[in-house]
Design a protein. Sequence first.
Length: 363
Amino acid sequence: MAEPEAGLHPARWWHKLPDGRIQCDLCPRDCRLHEGQRGACFVRQRIGDRMVLTTYGRSSGFCIDPIEKKPLNHFYPGSAVLSFGTAGCNLACKFCQNWDISKSKTMDRLMDQASPESIAIAAETSGCKSVAFTYNDPVIFTEYALDAARACHARGIKTVAVTAAYIHAEPRREFFAHMDAANVDLKAFTDEFYFKLTGSHLQPVLESLVYLVHDTRVGTEITTLLVPGYNDTDHEIESMCRWLVRELGRDVPLHFTAFHPDFKLLDAPGTPPETLSRARHIARSEGLNHVYTGNVHDPDGGTTHCPSCHKPLIVRDWHRILQYELNEDGLCPHCDSAIAGRFEKFAGAFGPRRIPVRLNTGT
Protein backbone atom coordinates (compact mmCIF):
# COMPACT_ATOMS: atom_id res chain seq x y z
CA MET A 1 0.00 0.00 0.00
CA ALA A 2 1.26 3.50 -0.85
CA GLU A 3 2.43 5.59 2.08
CA PRO A 4 0.08 8.46 2.99
CA GLU A 5 1.41 11.98 2.58
CA ALA A 6 0.88 15.14 4.59
CA GLY A 7 -2.13 17.12 3.43
CA LEU A 8 -4.29 14.08 2.66
CA HIS A 9 -8.04 14.57 2.76
CA PRO A 10 -10.83 12.15 1.79
CA ALA A 11 -11.84 12.84 -1.81
CA ARG A 12 -15.37 12.68 -3.16
CA TRP A 13 -16.72 11.79 -6.60
CA TRP A 14 -15.22 8.35 -7.29
CA HIS A 15 -16.39 4.77 -7.50
CA LYS A 16 -14.98 1.26 -7.58
CA LEU A 17 -14.73 -0.65 -10.87
CA PRO A 18 -15.30 -4.41 -11.32
CA ASP A 19 -11.63 -4.92 -12.29
CA GLY A 20 -10.43 -3.58 -8.93
CA ARG A 21 -9.48 -0.09 -10.05
CA ILE A 22 -11.26 3.03 -8.82
CA GLN A 23 -12.49 5.75 -11.18
CA CYS A 24 -12.41 9.45 -10.43
CA ASP A 25 -15.75 11.04 -11.34
CA LEU A 26 -14.75 14.66 -10.84
CA CYS A 27 -13.84 15.60 -14.41
CA PRO A 28 -14.30 14.12 -17.90
CA ARG A 29 -10.85 12.53 -17.82
CA ASP A 30 -12.39 9.69 -15.76
CA CYS A 31 -9.00 8.53 -14.49
CA ARG A 32 -8.95 4.84 -13.52
CA LEU A 33 -6.40 4.12 -10.85
CA HIS A 34 -4.56 1.17 -9.38
CA GLU A 35 -3.13 1.30 -5.86
CA GLY A 36 -0.83 4.29 -5.37
CA GLN A 37 -1.56 5.87 -8.76
CA ARG A 38 -2.40 9.53 -9.18
CA GLY A 39 -4.85 11.02 -11.63
CA ALA A 40 -3.78 13.19 -14.55
CA CYS A 41 -4.17 16.19 -12.25
CA PHE A 42 -1.44 14.71 -10.01
CA VAL A 43 -3.19 15.70 -6.77
CA ARG A 44 -5.97 13.09 -6.57
CA GLN A 45 -4.53 9.72 -5.59
CA ARG A 46 -5.66 6.21 -4.77
CA ILE A 47 -4.48 5.04 -1.37
CA GLY A 48 -5.90 1.68 -0.36
CA ASP A 49 -9.52 1.42 -1.39
CA ARG A 50 -10.22 5.13 -1.39
CA MET A 51 -9.29 8.29 -3.21
CA VAL A 52 -7.67 11.22 -1.43
CA LEU A 53 -6.86 14.84 -2.22
CA THR A 54 -3.16 15.30 -1.46
CA THR A 55 -3.08 19.11 -1.38
CA TYR A 56 -5.79 19.93 1.14
CA GLY A 57 -4.69 22.86 3.30
CA ARG A 58 -1.54 23.48 1.24
CA SER A 59 -0.96 26.34 -1.16
CA SER A 60 1.56 27.51 -3.72
CA GLY A 61 1.12 31.00 -2.28
CA PHE A 62 -1.27 33.78 -1.31
CA CYS A 63 -1.38 37.23 -2.85
CA ILE A 64 -3.67 40.26 -2.72
CA ASP A 65 -4.56 41.36 -6.26
CA PRO A 66 -6.96 43.74 -7.98
CA ILE A 67 -10.10 41.86 -9.03
CA GLU A 68 -9.40 43.05 -12.59
CA LYS A 69 -6.42 40.69 -12.70
CA LYS A 70 -8.59 37.54 -12.62
CA PRO A 71 -9.87 39.08 -14.98
CA LEU A 72 -13.28 40.19 -13.71
CA ASN A 73 -14.49 43.60 -14.84
CA HIS A 74 -18.11 43.29 -13.73
CA PHE A 75 -17.66 41.94 -10.20
CA TYR A 76 -17.14 44.74 -7.67
CA PRO A 77 -14.68 46.71 -9.85
CA GLY A 78 -11.73 48.16 -8.01
CA SER A 79 -11.94 45.71 -5.12
CA ALA A 80 -9.10 43.64 -3.68
CA VAL A 81 -9.10 39.85 -3.86
CA LEU A 82 -7.02 37.34 -1.90
CA SER A 83 -5.75 34.88 -4.52
CA PHE A 84 -4.35 31.43 -3.95
CA GLY A 85 -3.87 28.07 -5.61
CA THR A 86 -2.35 24.68 -4.95
CA ALA A 87 -0.52 22.52 -7.52
CA GLY A 88 -1.47 20.35 -10.47
CA CYS A 89 -4.14 20.65 -13.17
CA ASN A 90 -6.56 18.37 -15.00
CA LEU A 91 -5.67 19.92 -18.36
CA ALA A 92 -2.33 19.67 -20.15
CA CYS A 93 -2.10 23.02 -21.91
CA LYS A 94 1.12 23.27 -23.91
CA PHE A 95 0.89 27.05 -23.64
CA CYS A 96 0.23 27.20 -19.88
CA GLN A 97 1.16 30.60 -18.47
CA ASN A 98 1.35 29.24 -14.90
CA TRP A 99 3.07 25.96 -15.73
CA ASP A 100 5.46 26.08 -12.76
CA ILE A 101 2.39 25.68 -10.52
CA SER A 102 -0.06 23.74 -12.65
CA LYS A 103 2.50 21.20 -13.85
CA SER A 104 4.36 20.88 -10.57
CA LYS A 105 5.05 17.25 -9.70
CA THR A 106 6.40 17.93 -6.25
CA MET A 107 4.74 18.98 -3.05
CA ASP A 108 7.78 21.17 -2.35
CA ARG A 109 6.01 23.80 -4.49
CA LEU A 110 3.36 24.04 -1.74
CA MET A 111 5.11 26.26 0.77
CA ASP A 112 2.13 27.83 2.55
CA GLN A 113 -0.29 25.95 4.76
CA ALA A 114 -3.69 27.32 5.67
CA SER A 115 -6.97 26.03 6.98
CA PRO A 116 -10.18 27.19 5.29
CA GLU A 117 -10.96 29.35 8.32
CA SER A 118 -7.54 31.02 8.29
CA ILE A 119 -8.00 31.92 4.61
CA ALA A 120 -11.30 33.62 5.39
CA ILE A 121 -9.77 35.48 8.34
CA ALA A 122 -6.82 36.62 6.22
CA ALA A 123 -9.16 37.99 3.56
CA GLU A 124 -11.26 39.77 6.15
CA THR A 125 -8.36 41.34 8.04
CA SER A 126 -6.65 42.47 4.82
CA GLY A 127 -9.78 44.21 3.54
CA CYS A 128 -10.39 41.90 0.60
CA LYS A 129 -13.86 41.77 -0.88
CA SER A 130 -13.33 38.21 -2.12
CA VAL A 131 -11.11 35.15 -2.22
CA ALA A 132 -10.10 33.73 -5.61
CA PHE A 133 -9.25 30.10 -6.23
CA THR A 134 -6.77 30.56 -9.06
CA TYR A 135 -3.19 29.99 -10.36
CA ASN A 136 -4.10 26.35 -11.00
CA ASP A 137 -7.61 25.05 -11.65
CA PRO A 138 -9.65 24.83 -8.42
CA VAL A 139 -11.75 22.00 -9.85
CA ILE A 140 -9.00 19.56 -8.88
CA PHE A 141 -9.00 20.73 -5.24
CA THR A 142 -12.76 21.04 -4.98
CA GLU A 143 -13.00 19.68 -1.42
CA TYR A 144 -10.54 22.30 -0.15
CA ALA A 145 -12.12 25.08 -2.22
CA LEU A 146 -15.61 24.28 -0.95
CA ASP A 147 -14.56 24.31 2.69
CA ALA A 148 -12.73 27.59 2.15
CA ALA A 149 -15.76 29.04 0.36
CA ARG A 150 -18.05 28.11 3.27
CA ALA A 151 -15.66 29.76 5.73
CA CYS A 152 -15.50 32.88 3.55
CA HIS A 153 -19.26 33.18 3.23
CA ALA A 154 -19.63 32.87 7.00
CA ARG A 155 -17.57 36.08 7.26
CA GLY A 156 -19.23 37.90 4.37
CA ILE A 157 -16.34 37.31 1.96
CA LYS A 158 -17.23 36.57 -1.67
CA THR A 159 -15.69 33.69 -3.62
CA VAL A 160 -14.26 33.55 -7.14
CA ALA A 161 -13.25 30.58 -9.29
CA VAL A 162 -10.78 31.02 -12.14
CA THR A 163 -11.29 27.80 -14.03
CA ALA A 164 -11.37 25.92 -17.32
CA ALA A 165 -14.69 24.46 -16.10
CA TYR A 166 -13.67 20.96 -17.20
CA ILE A 167 -15.86 19.16 -14.69
CA HIS A 168 -18.68 16.59 -14.62
CA ALA A 169 -22.27 17.71 -14.03
CA GLU A 170 -22.75 16.40 -10.47
CA PRO A 171 -19.65 17.96 -8.88
CA ARG A 172 -20.20 21.05 -11.06
CA ARG A 173 -23.50 21.74 -9.32
CA GLU A 174 -21.95 21.62 -5.86
CA PHE A 175 -18.77 23.44 -6.78
CA PHE A 176 -20.46 26.46 -8.35
CA ALA A 177 -23.19 26.57 -5.69
CA HIS A 178 -20.48 28.00 -3.42
CA MET A 179 -19.01 30.48 -5.92
CA ASP A 180 -20.14 34.08 -6.36
CA ALA A 181 -18.21 34.70 -9.56
CA ALA A 182 -16.23 32.76 -12.12
CA ASN A 183 -13.91 33.53 -14.95
CA VAL A 184 -13.98 30.59 -17.35
CA ASP A 185 -11.15 29.94 -19.76
CA LEU A 186 -12.70 29.24 -23.15
CA LYS A 187 -9.39 28.29 -24.69
CA ALA A 188 -10.56 28.03 -28.29
CA PHE A 189 -13.62 27.10 -30.28
CA THR A 190 -12.50 23.88 -31.94
CA ASP A 191 -12.21 20.44 -30.41
CA GLU A 192 -9.00 19.93 -32.40
CA PHE A 193 -7.34 22.76 -30.46
CA TYR A 194 -8.61 21.42 -27.14
CA PHE A 195 -7.43 17.88 -27.85
CA LYS A 196 -4.03 18.69 -29.37
CA LEU A 197 -3.02 21.58 -27.14
CA THR A 198 -4.80 20.85 -23.83
CA GLY A 199 -5.46 17.10 -23.84
CA SER A 200 -9.16 17.71 -23.23
CA HIS A 201 -12.36 18.43 -25.17
CA LEU A 202 -14.45 21.51 -25.91
CA GLN A 203 -17.99 20.23 -25.31
CA PRO A 204 -17.80 19.83 -21.49
CA VAL A 205 -16.62 23.44 -21.22
CA LEU A 206 -19.52 24.70 -23.32
CA GLU A 207 -21.92 22.71 -21.15
CA SER A 208 -20.44 24.31 -18.05
CA LEU A 209 -20.88 27.79 -19.53
CA VAL A 210 -24.53 27.15 -20.39
CA TYR A 211 -25.10 25.81 -16.88
CA LEU A 212 -23.42 28.77 -15.21
CA VAL A 213 -25.30 31.41 -17.15
CA HIS A 214 -28.76 29.83 -17.15
CA ASP A 215 -28.92 27.73 -13.97
CA THR A 216 -26.90 29.68 -11.39
CA ARG A 217 -26.45 33.18 -10.01
CA VAL A 218 -22.67 33.04 -10.49
CA GLY A 219 -21.31 36.22 -12.05
CA THR A 220 -19.69 34.68 -15.12
CA GLU A 221 -17.04 36.16 -17.39
CA ILE A 222 -15.04 34.42 -20.11
CA THR A 223 -11.39 34.66 -21.13
CA THR A 224 -9.84 33.50 -24.39
CA LEU A 225 -6.06 33.60 -24.69
CA LEU A 226 -5.35 34.28 -28.35
CA VAL A 227 -2.38 32.21 -29.55
CA PRO A 228 -1.14 33.39 -32.98
CA GLY A 229 -1.61 30.74 -35.63
CA TYR A 230 -3.67 28.45 -33.40
CA ASN A 231 -7.00 30.06 -32.41
CA ASP A 232 -6.96 33.61 -33.77
CA THR A 233 -8.61 33.42 -37.20
CA ASP A 234 -11.57 35.63 -38.00
CA HIS A 235 -13.67 32.54 -38.70
CA GLU A 236 -13.02 30.93 -35.33
CA ILE A 237 -13.57 34.14 -33.40
CA GLU A 238 -16.80 34.81 -35.31
CA SER A 239 -18.05 31.27 -34.69
CA MET A 240 -17.30 31.51 -30.99
CA CYS A 241 -18.96 34.89 -30.57
CA ARG A 242 -22.08 33.81 -32.46
CA TRP A 243 -22.36 30.82 -30.14
CA LEU A 244 -21.92 33.04 -27.08
CA VAL A 245 -24.65 35.43 -28.20
CA ARG A 246 -27.01 32.60 -29.14
CA GLU A 247 -26.46 30.37 -26.10
CA LEU A 248 -25.46 32.78 -23.32
CA GLY A 249 -26.75 36.19 -24.37
CA ARG A 250 -25.16 39.52 -25.19
CA ASP A 251 -24.20 40.60 -21.67
CA VAL A 252 -21.65 37.96 -20.62
CA PRO A 253 -18.29 39.78 -20.53
CA LEU A 254 -15.58 38.39 -22.81
CA HIS A 255 -11.85 39.03 -22.41
CA PHE A 256 -9.32 38.48 -25.20
CA THR A 257 -5.87 38.25 -23.66
CA ALA A 258 -2.35 38.24 -25.05
CA PHE A 259 -0.25 35.07 -25.14
CA HIS A 260 3.47 34.98 -24.46
CA PRO A 261 5.62 31.96 -25.44
CA ASP A 262 5.93 29.64 -22.47
CA PHE A 263 6.14 26.02 -21.30
CA LYS A 264 5.96 23.72 -24.36
CA LEU A 265 4.67 26.24 -26.91
CA LEU A 266 7.73 28.33 -27.62
CA ASP A 267 7.46 28.48 -31.40
CA ALA A 268 4.44 30.82 -31.48
CA PRO A 269 5.07 34.57 -31.25
CA GLY A 270 3.49 36.77 -28.63
CA THR A 271 0.05 38.10 -29.48
CA PRO A 272 0.21 41.48 -31.26
CA PRO A 273 -2.07 44.15 -29.77
CA GLU A 274 -3.66 44.47 -33.22
CA THR A 275 -4.91 40.87 -32.95
CA LEU A 276 -6.67 41.64 -29.68
CA SER A 277 -8.26 44.76 -31.14
CA ARG A 278 -9.39 42.81 -34.21
CA ALA A 279 -10.96 40.10 -32.05
CA ARG A 280 -12.71 42.72 -29.93
CA HIS A 281 -14.10 44.40 -33.05
CA ILE A 282 -15.42 41.06 -34.34
CA ALA A 283 -17.03 40.21 -31.00
CA ARG A 284 -18.76 43.56 -30.74
CA SER A 285 -19.90 43.31 -34.36
CA GLU A 286 -21.47 39.94 -33.53
CA GLY A 287 -23.50 41.60 -30.77
CA LEU A 288 -21.59 41.11 -27.52
CA ASN A 289 -21.95 44.14 -25.27
CA HIS A 290 -18.89 43.85 -23.06
CA VAL A 291 -15.65 42.82 -24.77
CA TYR A 292 -12.21 43.54 -23.36
CA THR A 293 -8.53 43.17 -24.23
CA GLY A 294 -6.05 42.00 -21.61
CA ASN A 295 -2.35 41.71 -20.82
CA VAL A 296 -1.79 44.94 -22.78
CA HIS A 297 -2.11 48.67 -22.19
CA ASP A 298 -5.31 49.52 -24.07
CA PRO A 299 -7.68 51.99 -22.38
CA ASP A 300 -10.27 51.60 -25.14
CA GLY A 301 -10.18 47.80 -24.85
CA GLY A 302 -10.40 48.02 -21.07
CA THR A 303 -13.40 50.34 -20.93
CA THR A 304 -16.91 49.33 -19.90
CA HIS A 305 -19.45 51.13 -22.08
CA CYS A 306 -23.18 51.45 -21.55
CA PRO A 307 -24.78 49.13 -24.13
CA SER A 308 -27.72 51.55 -24.48
CA CYS A 309 -26.20 55.03 -24.78
CA HIS A 310 -22.60 53.84 -25.41
CA LYS A 311 -21.07 56.30 -22.94
CA PRO A 312 -17.84 55.16 -21.23
CA LEU A 313 -18.65 54.18 -17.64
CA ILE A 314 -15.50 52.51 -16.31
CA VAL A 315 -12.26 53.44 -18.04
CA ARG A 316 -9.32 51.12 -17.34
CA ASP A 317 -5.72 50.82 -18.42
CA TRP A 318 -4.70 47.24 -17.68
CA HIS A 319 -5.61 46.83 -13.97
CA ARG A 320 -5.86 50.54 -13.21
CA ILE A 321 -9.27 52.28 -13.08
CA LEU A 322 -8.96 55.79 -14.55
CA GLN A 323 -12.63 56.79 -14.46
CA TYR A 324 -15.72 55.34 -12.73
CA GLU A 325 -19.25 56.62 -13.33
CA LEU A 326 -21.62 53.77 -12.39
CA ASN A 327 -23.79 54.28 -9.34
CA GLU A 328 -23.95 51.72 -6.52
CA ASP A 329 -26.82 49.88 -8.21
CA GLY A 330 -24.86 49.42 -11.42
CA LEU A 331 -26.92 51.95 -13.39
CA CYS A 332 -25.64 54.21 -16.13
CA PRO A 333 -25.84 57.83 -14.89
CA HIS A 334 -26.59 59.02 -18.43
CA CYS A 335 -29.60 56.85 -19.31
CA ASP A 336 -30.37 54.73 -16.20
CA SER A 337 -29.70 51.47 -18.04
CA ALA A 338 -28.61 48.56 -15.86
CA ILE A 339 -25.14 47.15 -16.51
CA ALA A 340 -24.72 43.41 -16.09
CA GLY A 341 -22.66 42.48 -13.05
CA ARG A 342 -22.25 43.02 -9.31
CA PHE A 343 -21.59 46.55 -8.17
CA GLU A 344 -21.59 48.68 -5.03
CA LYS A 345 -20.71 52.24 -4.06
CA PHE A 346 -17.28 52.96 -5.52
CA ALA A 347 -14.85 54.18 -2.89
CA GLY A 348 -11.62 53.98 -4.84
CA ALA A 349 -9.66 51.18 -6.46
CA PHE A 350 -7.06 48.80 -5.05
CA GLY A 351 -5.08 49.43 -8.21
CA PRO A 352 -2.32 47.56 -10.06
CA ARG A 353 -0.60 46.19 -6.98
CA ARG A 354 0.46 42.70 -5.93
CA ILE A 355 0.94 42.07 -2.22
CA PRO A 356 2.26 38.62 -1.24
CA VAL A 357 0.81 37.22 1.98
CA ARG A 358 2.24 34.43 4.13
CA LEU A 359 -0.18 32.50 6.31
CA ASN A 360 1.67 29.37 7.49
CA THR A 361 -1.05 28.67 10.01
CA GLY A 362 -1.25 24.94 9.51
CA THR A 363 -4.47 23.02 8.94
